[in-house]
Design a protein. Structure first.
Length: 236
């Protein structure tokens, strides 16, 4: 658990600081997002959804909560301007309210996804869902990058927001581990996050091809992301 928390915090901070540390990162962000989105979509399909429906006594009800999670994410992105999937919007952060809405929406989403790493499962031991951990990391790094790009006008205060964001998923992990929720409550949270992941990953694909042109390099990167998800899921 301690190693998982360290990985979540460190990778998020590295993702945010890459705006300053890696020249040209902003220009190459789209391809990185496609890879991360493909991985996230694949792991949702081959891990989260099968697990959800295999342990649920009421699959139709679970499907309803997945749908709720999908539209909850859409609602959160009204406030976050799509920072979750690597979008860089500088106009949203002009006012205090704009900055607050972005970080609040990101924190809510991150708290929920952190709980994914604590659940018991017939497929893996508790705290040993490495495929999910990698999916969350690949998703949080570009989100942290976009957050820092959006908050550039804050100077050093942007670092404090980045640190706060990096702590959100570990907080969700810790809360999910120590708060004794019923099996039904755990399934609901799991299903809601599943819907959220479906929204984020599919939105990345749509926004990567605004003119409906998905070139060969994008296809290959998408396949690479999905292949990595398959390898991590079935070999680790």
């Amino acid at each position: 658990m301690i190693l998982t928390i360290f990985i979540l915090i460190a990778c998020t901070i590295v993702g945010g600081l890459s705006l300053k540390l890696i020249p040209g990162m902003k220009q190459n962000m789209r391809l990185s997002l496609i890879f991360a989105g493909s991985y996230l979509f694949a792991i949702t399909i081959i891990h989260i959804i099968p697990e959800l429906f295999s342990v649920s006594p009421n699959p139709s009800k679970v499907g309803l909560y997945v749908l709720i999670g999908f539209f909850l994410q859409q609602f959160l992105e009204y406030f976050s301007s799509g920072v979750e999937h690597g979008h860089v919007h500088t106009n949203k952060a002009v006012s205090f309210n704009g900055r607050f809405s972005i970080i609040a929406a990101l924190m809510i989403h991150s708290l929920l996804e952190g709980t994914l790493l604590t659940h018991d499962s017939p497929f893996h031991e508790k705290h040993e869902s490495y495929s999910l951990l990698l999916g969350i990391v690949l998703h949080k790094m570009p989100a942290a990058f976009a957050l820092m790009a959006t908050m550039q006008g804050l100077g050093k205060r942007a670092i404090y927001l980045l640190i706060l964001f990096s702590l959100a998923s570990p907080m969700g992990l810790i809360l999910g581990d120590f708060i004794l929720l019923s099996e039904d409550s755990v399934l609901i949270v799991f299903a809601v996050v599943c819907g959220s992941f479906l929204h984020i990953s599919t939105t990345i694909f749509v926004e990567a091809s605004p003119e409906h042109h998905f070139g060969l390099n994008k296809i290959l990167i998408s396949l690479a992301g999905a292949l990595l998800a398959i390898l991590v899921e079935f070999l680790i």
